[in-house]
Design a protein around this ligand. Structure first.
Ligand SMILES: Cc1ncc(COP(=O)(O)O)c(C=O)c1O
Length: 414
């Protein structure tokens, strides 16, 4: 049996199958590339769904990790540790120099912290409800699937956690009508990722802020996928609202790229909310361990030193523009390119003949074809594939990816 087959067989036999995996067994990586068990090289424009933000096998991250592991890996939040304070200080600075952060381990947990923050803050007024949007994705815990505006994640898990209702994304009138005396907060992704890369407009975010101020609600933003410089600023909302420097949410969740591939989630809250979650109200054993904080701090240092926020903007615009040209040349295969910076969604046209025979969604079929051609991308919704490359992607990497996409699109068109 091949090495790949034995890896797959062992996982299939022993790991609960919550993921439908692609037929790839990966062994190691270098920069923007990963290698499978046969030594085949793939350009990774998925970064583990926007998570390995500095690519793979980064020598400076490896050194930071091993140095910290040699000093202190974990001691509990019952005690003070240096890297946690330094990372918190840095995140507060990136959020505009005010407020505080809380550390956890994943996006779902970060959002769970937002729900608890909102409930506790609004407890006396009985405003327990949080409005979220259709097409959103907020994680897989029971409250996460209740918050998520997609039926497929909720099926079979009734009764849903109480206190979440959904409204169409981008529709301020519908939101205004949906607010009830029990509503305490609104939670949205500045860019919806899982449902196919849909960006909020500045007017939408401004309107949300106004509604929240008028109706005494918290504005919560889920920055799990679009945050951490992916759009050219630390938070996705900072890019969308660059012409409105006074705009600010009340709290944001973060995860994915935050520790450059190690498990970390966090929330930031404004100063008015920073002491709502006091001792005994919330916590998690692994939140903000010195090991993961040291890795996250090193990643931020590299991003700033190497100008990777600007790189995200520049290479992101370049990729989107080139894909725009490909759409013009192949309208029967490609329909639209959307996104900001290095969060890019490419929507396929409907009814592509080459995909008609399989029951699999077109988004999965295109990702499989791109794998065969040596490129890793991420499906979203029924007809979108996402490009979520590492922030240190080079122009040469981008050109390699674009050329593979072009070849595959030409093949589909022929
Ligand atoms: C916007 C958003 N929120 C929350 C989550 C959940 O994060 P995690 O898988 O780390 O729990 C995700 C994951 O894809 C996400 O994209």
């Amino acid at each position: 049996m091949s090495n790949a087959d034995s890896i797959k067989q062992r996982i299939d036999a022993h790991v609960i199958p919550t993921y439908s995996r692609f037929d790839l067994a990966l062994t190691h990586g270098e920069g923007c590339h990963v290698f499978d068990t046969d030594g085949k090289r793939y350009l990774d424009l998925g970064s583990g769904i926007a998570t390995a933000c500095l690519g793979h096998g980064h020598p400076e991250l490896a050194t930071a990790l091993t140095e910290q592991a040699g000093k202190l890996t974990h001691v509990s939040n019952l005690y003070y540790t240096g890297p946690q304070g330094l990372l918190a200080e840095k995140l507060v600075q990136l959020a505009g120099g005010r407020g505080k952060v809380f550390f956890c381990n994943s996006g779902a947990e970060a959002n769970e912290t937002l729900y608890k923050l909102s409930r506790l803050h609004n407890h006396e007024e009985g405003q327990f409800e949080i409005l979220t949007t259709l097409g959103s994705f907020h994680g897989r815990t029971l409250a996460g699937i209740a918050a998520t505006g997609q039926t497929k994640v909720k099926e079979g898990f009734a009764p849903a956690v109480e206190g979440f209702r959904h409204v169409p994304y981008g529709d301020l009138d519908a939101l205004s009508e949906a607010i009830s005396p029990a509503t305490g907060a609104i939670l949205v992704e500045p860019i919806q990722g899982e449902s196919g890369v849909h960006c909020a407009t500045p007017q939408y975010l401004l309107g949300l802020r106004e509604l929240c101020d008028e109706r005494n609600l918290l504005l919560l933003l889920d920055e799990v996928q679009c945050g951490h410089f992916r759009t050219g600023n630390f938070f996705g909302w900072q890019t969308i609202m660059s012409a409105y420097p006074d705009f600010t949410p009340d709290a944001c969740s973060m995860a994915k790229s935050l520790a450059a591939g190690l498990p970390m989630g966090a929330i930031w809250t404004s100063e008015t909310l920073q002491d709502v979650l006091g001792p005994g109200t919330h916590g998690t054993t692994f939140g903000g361990t010195p090991l993961v904080c040291a890795h996250a701090l090193k990643a931020l240092e590299i991003i700033e030193r190497d100008g990777l926020a600007e790189n995200a903007t520049d290479i992101g615009s370049y990729i989107a523009e080139q894909i725009g040209q490909l759409i013009a040349a192949h309208p029967a295969i490609l329909q639209e390119v959307r996104g900001l910076g290095l969060m890019i969604g490419v929507e396929l046209a409907e009814n592509i003949a080459a995909f008609a025979e399989s029951q699999k969604p077109a988004s999965v079929q295109i990702v499989n074809r791109l794998h065969e051609a040596g490129l890793i991308t991420i499906p979203a919704g029924a007809r979108v594939f996402r490009l979520l490359p590492p922030l240190n992607i080079t122009k040469a990497d981008a050109d390699e990816g674009l050329s593979i996409i072009e070849d595959v699109i030409k093949e589909l068109a022929s």
